[in-house]
Design a protein around this ligand. Sequence first.
Ligand code: PEP
Ligand code: MN
Length: 339
Amino acid sequence: MVVMTPTASEAEIEAVVRRLEAAGVHAKVMPGELTTAIGAIGDPEGVRALALEGMAGVDQVIPISRPYKLASSELSHHEPTLVRVDGRVVGGNETFCLIAGPCTVESREQTLAVARAVKEAGASMLRGGAFKPRTSPFSFQGLGQPALEILREAREATGLPVVSELTDAAHAEAMAEVVDVIQVGARNMQNYGLLEVVGKLGKPVLLKRGLSSTVDELLMAADYILKEGNGDVILCERGIRTFETATRFTLDLGAVPYLKLHTHLPVIVDPSHASGDRRLVEPLSRAAAAVGADGIIVEVAVDPEAALCDGPQQLHAGDFQRFADSVAGHASLVGRVLA
Ligand code: PEP
Ligand code: MN
């Protein structure tokens, strides 16, 4: 939408229309009481490249269409995308996916014990970090390849599909051999090269919202994966940086119904990293179900106090059955079953 200044002349309006039409953009002049607006109907990038702001009589150029394309439900009139992972369904409005497991694979025993506990309680998938994106290079970085072998064993022992984070394109092939859902972490949401790599891997992707990213930026990041021909993208709200420091991040629950309106992709919530405090994880998980999330991803440990990473937010495995039942109860209130 090109808004002219109140003093713009007919000749100036005409000049804008001619420039748009010369670029193949349909122009519709809409005279108002004070100012005239010109609707430019065409590729928004093409319109931006015309630099209409610099023309005489132009006040503002306001993009109206959404900047994301493939992730948008408006542009493609897409039915909700159902991401199928080994018989589980993420997306649509009938199922609720419960992804649970340790923050990080620390040992074979620890991982297998958590995997068995969450499987027993009805979890849909197992999470566990092999390569960890740590804020400090001096923090534990994950076991790497040996962790992938442990995840493979946990998968075989429980039958649970595995979700794990890819932090470096160099590990893509090794991860794809073991992992059922490739996670792109918050810190890599705008690592466009990595997004294109996972777009080509042919595995479902769990894309987490960046720490300081808008929802529209999340959707544009999803477009990077979708444009490679991989339609199996699950979005994850995991809390953002705000002025509030009481919780580790601020869980943006409003993003969930917003995303459900504007994209066809499934949306899940990570209350563990958002809150940083296990006491908040259950109420936030129930809230996620209530606002229409397609699932949650939560951290669970047998002995969280001894965990090398994110101990305070990990649920106790011994309490996980009760937790899962409570969240499943809330999901059922909005017509969803654990799957
Ligand atoms: C994680 O899920 O292991 C993780 C590091 O989360 P985030 O990328 O959201 O910080
Ligand atoms: Mn963690």
